[in-house]
Write a protein of this length. Sequence first.
Length: 193
Amino acid sequence: MKIGLYFGTFNPIHIGHLIIANHMAEHSDLDQIWMVVTPHNPHKLKSTLLDDHHRLEMVHLATQDYAKIKPSDVEFKLPQPNYTVNTLAHLQEKYPQYEFSLIMGEDNLNSLHKWKNYEVILQNHSVYVYPRFNSGEIEEQFINHSKIHRVGAPVIELSSTFIRESIKIGKNIQPLLPNSVWEYVDINNFYKK
């Protein structure tokens, strides 16, 4: 089974994340998409990042109606800070029957050469890239790389930062979140301060 790993803080998860994840599940050769919730880095200021368990719960709520999309807390149990290469090695050891790939936006592809052991990642895993506006110049080595697959997913310009800032100033962002996530955010008064 081919698993696509879609990493993020999901603070909060929004419809843009689901559109990309569902597109990858339905229009690529990936069998499942795991939404990997990135834990809070203890060495960074907390700022507006909700506790790990709240963000994981929102991903659970958002994905419950999608058979091919699953929440994952795998990085919660790994040493901090999290490096993708280590997470991939852990998952491959734990689930040797699965083939793991990364899902990322074109903007992240631009900085892939700065990731820890990125060559090891590309040697052992495929990368599925979705388009972004203003993604900048793609590194020459990644343009025709055999492990990098561009997927013609919809271009979604929606960010969790925009949602948090809008909530803080009292705007109605309900259409931008799955209903269950909107209710969770609203009941808990998240992002209002």
